[in-house]
Design a protein. Sequence first.
Length: 288
Amino acid sequence: MQIIPLTANFGARIVGADLTDPTPALRDACWQAFDQYAVCVFEDSRLDDAGHVAFSRLFGDLEMAPRITAAAGRGPRCSLPELFDAGNIGADGNILVDERRRLLNLGNQQWHTDSSFRPERSSYSMLLAHQIPPAGADTELADMRAAYDALPDATKQRIDGLEVVHSYWHSRQKVGYPEPTDAEVAAIPGARQPLVLPHPRTGRPALYLAAHASHVEGMDVAEGRALLAELTDFATQDRFRYAHQWKLGDLLVWDNLCTMHRATPFDDTRYPRDMRRTTVIDGSGLAA
């Protein structure tokens, strides 16, 4: 197994790893790369759905794909309940025409952190490319560790100890999703998270931001949202970013506890995109 940095300290390509043989030795080697680079890509992963889930389970328990409404959750191509449908293909095998589902997907083009709206945060997201459009649809990622390190000391002091309320529906309504139903809100009610999060494995502090971040607890809503927007703009400067251009079979792994990411646009009414994701629950694999 060889680790090839994509930038000086953020992002790496891993070659020579057999992901179809998920051993503790493989897990430990990957953990070392994840801790250092936060984002890792395995090209030509050769994983089917079962292999994708088995490799992901090396790092902890997995979230189950939600069935928030008929317009969201585990898609028809995802054979296992741990696989999230991150594509644009409907149950009939054709490109989605359901506008609610399209708006849910459109929300992924905002900078966000997977599952920050859940009381149990997620550590790793593992996204596998099964079908990709001919252009666009890259995934951009930002290093929240480096962004925190680069903040002025006065800003670090200002945000120390602050907590933020995260809501899935807050981020979706920003892109035009209608008022969520009572059932939708009950399925994903939101969560409170620290604005600065020390990494559970490395101890290194990072900004914990997302489009899901609705408001700062105990602060005027407008003031808190202005602070969150300021921090997001700072943290997503080019110097903190890596853009991944997908190839079939790529498995992209990122650490949600110290990164943000977003999808980039493509013609989703013309080209199918089949992406499947597993999501590891924070802390569930630390004792492994």
